[in-house]
Every structure is written in C-alpha cells, then in structure tokens.
Design a protein around this ligand. Structure first.
Ligand code: GDP
Ligand code: ZN
Length: 460
C-alpha cells in the first residue's frame, strides 16, 4: 500500500521552548532530507536516532532553523510508517517557515487525528485504543489519565476480544448442529447457547457497571452550587477553585450566568457550576426553575446547597429540601464566622434520615473546605473506584454498543427458551459479535472512522 506523506505541528501552537513537526509516510525520510543539512543524510541514519543540523531552503540554500531531527523507521513508529520528527525552536515564525518548506515538497498537511488514524488503519492499534489516545490528551485528572492509558494499552480491547471469542465458539457450535434435527441435540445446543450467552451477558454487565465511574473520571462530577442570593455560592466556588474566576460581590444576584470551574479533589475531577443569577423572584423553587440553573441542576451528579448560618432557614429553602428525591445533596451551612440565626436541628434531622449531608463552612475564611472535600470524596468513592486495575468503560460509543450487544444476547437466550429454531438464534448471537466488534473497530464503516478521528487535535 502506498501512502502519501503527511505533516503537522504536533505541539501546541504559540511560544514554547521547543516545537515538533511530525512527518509520516513512505517518503517522509527523503522529503525531509531535501531540507536538512547535517553530517549525515537521514536516508543513512539508523532507526530511532536523533541528529543535529539545519533546515535550509533548498532553492536559496538559506538557513531557516537550527534543529534536531529524529528518524523512526517503519514499522516501529507511531503510525507504523517512516516517521521523521523535526524539533525546532518554539517560535511561531520558525515553525511556520519550516512547515511551509515541508509543504512545498511532496507532503501535505495532516488532518486532525490522521497520524493516529494511520496507526489504526495500519493495524497497530484498534479503535478503542485510538479513542483512548484522544482521552489521554484531554484527560483532566490523574485518574482519568490512568484509565485512558489502560485503554490505550489495550486492556478494554483484550476483554472485548475474549467475549467475541466466546461468541465465535458459540456460533461455530450452532453451525455444526444446525443440520441435526434430533431433539436431544437441539436441547443440548440450547443449553449450551444459554450458558455461553449468559457468561458474556454477565461480563458485559460488569463492564457497564464501570461506565458511570468511567464517565465521572473523564468528564468530572458535575456539581451544581445552588442557594438563595448572597448566601455565598460564588465565594464557595472561589474557595474551592482557589482562584478568582468567579466574581464575588456584595450585590445580590450579580453573577448572572452559570460559571464553570474544573477542579480536582483527591484526584477526582469536579465540574463546578455556580448557578447564580436567580434573584428576580423571591420564591427559590421558582428561581431554581430559571432556565440555566434548571438545566445545570438536571445535569448535576452532585448538588451543593448553600444556606446562611446568619439567617433562619427560608420557607423556599425548606420547600426545596423537601423536594430532593434521590439526589446527592450536601447542604453547606456557610458564614459560620457570623452569629448563629439558623436552626441547625432541622438540617441535622434530615442528615440523620440520610437525605442530605451537612457541612459547616466559612467560605470567606476558607474554613471547612477540607471537610467538604472529604464529604465529596466519601460520596463518590466509597472504596470501589480505588481499584486501579479495573477496566473502565468511559466512552459513550462503547457504552451504547455494550448495551446493544447485551440486548441481542438476551434475545438469543429468550429465543432458546421459546423453542425458536437455532438458525434464527444464530442471527442474534452474530449481531452481538458484530456490535462488540464495533468497539474495537472490527466492523465499522469509513464514515464512523472519519468522524471519530476528526475529533482529534491537529498533529496527533
Ligand atoms: P452568592 O450570591 O450566593 O454567590 O454569594 P457571594 O459569594 O457573592 O457572597 C455574598 C456576600 O457574602 C459577599 O459579601 C461575601 O463576601 C459574603 N460571604 C460569603 N461567604 C461568607 C462567609 O463565610 N462569611 C461571611 N462573613 N461572609 C461571607
Ligand atoms: Zn454569586
């Protein structure tokens, strides 16, 4: 297969100490050689070596940049093609000039994700591994990074391949027995199908159980901060974020838009939403109904409900507390530094009933932040998610396909119970096999592949 040669800047644009231009393809080495002046020709260089020299304009012989160039020969490279990486000084101008020269050769700009796409098309990695590469780049916490790393290394793929192997065995067994009309054989075959499909279904269930945890690791616990104006929502956000992206002010309701802040608590990413700007009406329940806060609340995995230690509980706050069913709510009694005017026993009763947790704080004095962080970790990580070697499913596409495969297998099992002919059952088992295959990119169409890789950043 002949592939054209592609190039892209693989480091973030802007000023930096160094920038890397990656070139990949059959002609990568010879195309860069035309621009490279050093003691050695890249064509003669051994694989996985790096060389000092200059990039020159071959037309004028003008020196453009001082560079280090590394050579990775096929198939031992990121794309499995010949890869050349040019390390330049990080300046925007120098990168642009080198890149322009490269693109004057027989080289075109890589599309976003095209290097990884080639690694996939050339069979070095499967689709779930490629998707993990993207997650790695985007991961916002150490834990999310670890999960993506495991997926990139093929841990999920191995699990999926095992399951598909079981299904292929089942299909082979069905195939052999399809032509035997004796009742005994059919009975045994049905039992076999039930056992095999049952095993795969429970494995899928175990994978799906990790899905919500995986999503949290990837996207963060969506946390809405709600409460009456002036109780200290923005101050709380600030105390947690420990910087000043949200504007704190004395005028009630000045923060009108939902402010978002991404923070990490004990390695757990939190997406904090300050749903301020609900001041117009006096009824909190109605205020919470305001479009923005409502959607933020609906999305929320966790609600931080802030009340004021310095004032009695308002009726609308009481009403709101009665309306939370099955939500994870931490009630923050804020302004503990001011004299008490709040009947704490009321909240403590709710806490005893297990409906809410109560954390006392002074956002202004940054007191109680540790207790809050502890409460959040306790809620979400009661030991389970600590197990570092678990395979997490965190990709929405994978989760959807796992559900589909489970559905197909459940139908197969039901069909055996209903005495439906096994050649019909075979169809369900085959669909499950294909659906699992889509996770690792075994039976996916070009358009899906394009769509997945187009989400990558340039140069990866
Ligand atoms: P929001 O409207 O709920 O977002 O409330 P803000 O965070 O904007 O705070 C409103 C006012 O309460 C500001 O003047 C804050 O300085 C003050 N405030 C916030 N937290 C505390 C606290 O813990 N103690 C005291 N004494 N004042 C606080
Ligand atoms: Zn505010």
């Amino acid at each position: 297969m002949i592939t054209d040669t592609i190039a892209a800047i693989s480091t973030p644009l802007g000023e930096g100490g160094i920038a890397i231009i990656r070139v990949s393809g059959d002609e990568a080495i010879q195309e860069v050689d035309r621009l490279f002046r050093a003691k050695i020709k890249l064509a003669d260089a051994a694989s996985h070596t790096i060389h000092y020299g200059h990039i020159v304009d071959p037309d004028t012989n003008e020196r453009i940049e001082e560079v280090m160039v590394s050579v990775m020969r096929a198939p031992r490279s990121y794309t499995t093609e010949d890869v050349v990486e040019i390390n330049t000084h990080g300046g925007v101008v120098s990168i642009r000039r080198v890149m322009e020269l490269i693109l004057k050769q027989n080289v075109r700009t890589a599309e976003p994700g095209e290097f990884t796409k080639r690694a996939f098309l050339n069979g070095r990695i499967d689709l779930s591994q490629a998707e993990a590469v993207m997650d790695l780049i985007r991961s916002k916490s150490d834990r999310a990074f670890d999960v993506a790393m495991k997926q990139a290394q093929g841990q999920l793929s191995t699990r999926i391949k095992d399951l598909r192997h079981t299904l292929i065995e089942t299909l082979a067994h069905i195939e052999v027995n399809i032509d035997y009309p004796e009742h005994d054989v059919e009975e045994l075959t049905n039992q076999y199908i039930q056992a095999q499909c049952g095993t795969v279904i429970s494995s899928i269930d175990r994978l799906l159980k990790t899905a919500s945890e995986g999503k949290i690791l990837r996207e963060g616990i969506v946390t809405a901060i709600v409460g009456r104006p002036n109780v200290g929502k923005s101050s709380l956000l600030n105390a947690l974020a420990q910087d000043n992206k949200a504007i704190v002010t004395d005028i009630p309701g000045t923060t009108r838009d939902v402010i978002e802040e991404m923070i990490t608590i004990n390695g757990i990413p939190l997406r904090l939403l300050d749903t301020a700007g609900i001041r117009e009406t006096t009824d909190l329940v109605e205020k919470i109904g305001v479009e923005r806060s409502r959607s933020a609340l609906q999305e929320a995995d966790l609600v931080l409900f802030v009340v004021n230690h310095h004032e009695p509980l308002h009726d609308d706050e009481r009403e709101w507390l009665q309306q939370i069913h099955g939500r994870q709510v931490i009630v923050i009694v804020n302004k503990m530094d001011l004299p008490n005017h709040l009947d704490l026993s009321e909240l403590e009763a709710l806490e005893q009933a297990g409906t809410i947790r109560v954390v006392k704080m002074s956002a202004m004095l940054q007191e109680g932040v540790d207790a809050l962080e502890q409460a959040i970790s306790d809620l979400f990580f009661t030991g389970k998610i600590e197990s570092q070697d678990a395979t997490y499913v965190s990709n929405v596409r994978h989760i959807g396909l796992l559900h589909k495969a489970k559905q197909s297998l459940t139908e197969a099992v039901q069909a055996t119970e209903m005495g439906i002919p096994i050649d019909i059952i075979q169809i369900d088992v085959r669909s499950a096999w294909e659906e699992l295959g889509e996770i690792i990119g075994d039976s996916v169409g070009d358009s899906l592949i394009d769509q997945i890789f187009s989400q990558f950043c340039l140069g990866k």
